[in-house]
Design a protein around this ligand. Structure first.
Ligand code: FE2
Length: 183
């Protein structure tokens, strides 16, 4: 089966609603960081960019009188849990391989430890990438969620990243062929 692309994912109304709500510019920037880190750390770049692109889709907005309410957010936020569930449902709906959908969803779940009581998480390499990539794009006071990007530019970047992932997967496949013992 053909790879489910970021472009197909973002084309879905559920992704448009929730990725846009948490910040499209941030989602794209984190996906680019995750792609670079996946190549550096020998992790599947396809899973890394999808988990990174969807990592904040569980965000709810904690406003009170037009101001972000940090106390409410700290006490009640469960955006990694909601995000993991939404990402999984969306990916399955779009025909993603079930094993991949689970890996991606777990990477969304563990991208932050803000919701874990003792803050301790033992991450897989993929999960660690999403956490590091998110941190690499963070700005003080959550400003990264409000950074703007033109829709045209966003689509261009999404398509470019899809191409980069295809190329990286082809290279990996060729290397695997090459490394196979000859019988
Ligand atoms: Fe984030």
């Amino acid at each position: 089966m053909d790879r489910l692309t970021l472009a197909t994912i973002y084309n879905h109304p559920v992704a448009q609603k929730f990725v846009n709500r948490a910040g499209l510019a941030h989602a794209i920037a984190v996906a680019y960081h995750a792609f670079r880190m996946a190549l550096e750390r020998d992790v599947n770049p396809d899973l890394a960019v999808k988990a990174a692109f969807l990592h904040d889709m569980g965000h709810y907005q904690w406003y009170r009188n037009g101001q972000w309410d940090y106390e409410q957010y700290r006490l009640h936020d469960i955006h990694p849990i909601k995000g993991a569930e939404r990402a999984h449902k969306l990916l399955i709906r779009l025909g993603e391989d079930r094993r991949n959908a689970k890996e991606i969803s777990l990477a969304v779940l563990f991208h932050t430890n803000s919701f874990i009581p003792d803050g301790q998480v033992n991450r897989t390499p993929l999960q660690q990438i999403i956490s590091d990539a998110d941190e690499a794009d963070e700005e003080p006071s959550g400003e990264h969620h409000y950074r703007k990007i033109k829709l045209e530019t966003a689509w261009k970047k999404i398509h470019e990243l899809d191409l980069k992932v295809d190329q990286a997967l082809n290279v990996q496949e060729n290397q695997n062929q090459f490394n196979k013992p000859q019988i």
